[in-house]
Design a protein around this ligand. Structure first.
Ligand SMILES: *Cc1c(COP(=O)(O)O)cnc(C)c1O
Length: 392
């Protein structure tokens, strides 16, 4: 027996390569502001989730440095043992204030917040209804929970209703899970209608505000604020790593829910607390998000300008949305890769997104408050040229 038990790994990688699905990280240097240095070239960055430009903000950097000097680099333990600092609590209260909920709990990432929340809220005898386009962390949270998980068609409330009518009575608890801003298409979940439907069937709703926190709502409270759903009994999840420019995730909701999660969410209990630096930076960001609505206005202006130039004027086949996320659907993975490298040659960093992340290959574009008009114009020109190269 000299069979290599690890030989399957290379084989599996070959399959990935043959499908043009192979991926590897590329190193980006100096990424404060709307441009990045990639190799020896400077490109305009349309691939960042730093929607408000806070990841390079001096105030966040100073807060992180000060917290590190005072408290050290690591939390040194889980929150229930040695890892809890007053700073964590300050951040949780600030998030609860931003979301207008009774309380909040900070996790080491948004991904872990979803896994921990979903897996502790529902179990074997329960039902999960999940939007087909939900983020990987919601889908894996559903799988981890052991509940029966059914997918409904993307943002399709009739399909959701039909599935509830058919299945709800067979289960004890029911949880509907959805992104509020869908991360790959940038469209918004019809939250008020979804919540009303959930009410009719006695279902809980978990809404993932990863791309909405700081971006939507007059105070940056997310889509719940944008849609006037503030104060409704929801389970709200989000990340500290997108518009808030730090690292970590949160769950916001009722005091009872948060207390329950502190006692039951394995991805919170059995993991090290957030670093002082990440915690302090996020706390500073939550304050800025509320105090500087002009950042959201600038982002909104950029969204309008880009829509006007690219879609109204040039009629480029780009998906419409209210969010800063746009997508240019392409024929297949190879075409998307070619488009991505052509854009790079033209000074634009907007990478190809391929299966299995999405079912339809595309160029994904995300706008930031810190993009200038000239950046947007250069993007529109480059997209136009890429599309005219061949019939993509
Ligand atoms: C990015 C993202 C997450 C994960 O957040 P991290 O803090 O990066 O782990 C969860 N849900 C959605 C919808 C996201 O886009």
């Amino acid at each position: 027996m000299n069979a290599d038990p690890y030989a399957w790994i290379e084989k599996s990688l070959d399959t990935v390569r043959r499908a043009d699905w192979y991926r590897s990280p590329q190193s980006i240097e100096s990424c404060r502001g709307p441009t990045v240095k990639l190799g020896n070239r400077r490109l305009i960055n349309f691939a960042s989730n730093d929607y408000l430009g806070l990841a390079g903000d001096d105030r966040l950097i100073q807060a992180a440095v000060a917290a590190t000097k005072e408290l050290g680099t690591g939390a040194t333990g889980s929150r229930l043992l040695s890892g809890h600092r007053d700073l964590h609590r300050q951040l949780e209260l600030a998030i609860a204030n931003l979301k207008q909920t009774e309380d909040a709990l900070v996790f080491s990432s948004g991904y872990l917040a979803n896994l921990g929340a979903i897996a502790s809220i529902v179990g074997k005898r329960d039902l999960i209804l999940s939007d087909k386009y939900n983020h990987s962390s919601l889908k894996n949270g559903a799988a981890l929970s052991g509940a029966t998980a059914l997918e409904y068609n993307h943002c399709h409330l009739e399909d959701l209703k039909a599935k509830l009518e058919q299945n709800r009575v067979k289960y004890r608890k029911c949880l509907i899970i959805t992104d509020s801003v869908f991360s790959m298409d940038g469209d918004l979940c019809p939250l008020p209608q979804l919540i009303a439907l959930a009410g009719q069937f006695n279902c809980m709703v978990l809404v993932d505000e990863a791309h909405a926190t700081g971006v939507f709502g007059a105070r940056g409270g997310g889509c719940t604020e944008h849609f006037g759903c503030t104060g409704l009994p929801l389970i709200q999840v989000g990340t500290l790593s997108k518009a808030l420019g730090s690292l970590g995730g949160y769950v916001a909701g009722s005091a009872a829910l948060i207390d329950f999660l502190r006692n039951r969410a394995a991805t919170w209990i059995y993991t090290t607390g957030l670093t002082p630096a990440d915690t302090a930076a996020a706390l500073e960001a939550v304050k800025i998000v509320q105090q500087e609505p002009e950042r959201r206005s600038r982002l909104q202006q950029n969204i309008e300008t880009f829509k006007y130039c690219a879609i109204t004027n040039r009629q480029l086949p780009i998906s419409h949305s209210l969010s800063p996320i746009f997508s240019l659907p392409l024929k297949n993975a190879a075409t998307a890769l070619t488009a991505g490298s052509k854009l790079k040659e033209m000074g634009i960093f907007a990478p190809a997104i391929r299966p299995p992340t999405v079912s339809v290959s595309r160029i994904r574009i995300s706008l930031m408050a810190t993009h200038e008009l000239a950046h947007l114009q250069q993007l529109v020109e480059a997209l136009g040229e890429v599309l005219s190269f061949d019939s993509m």
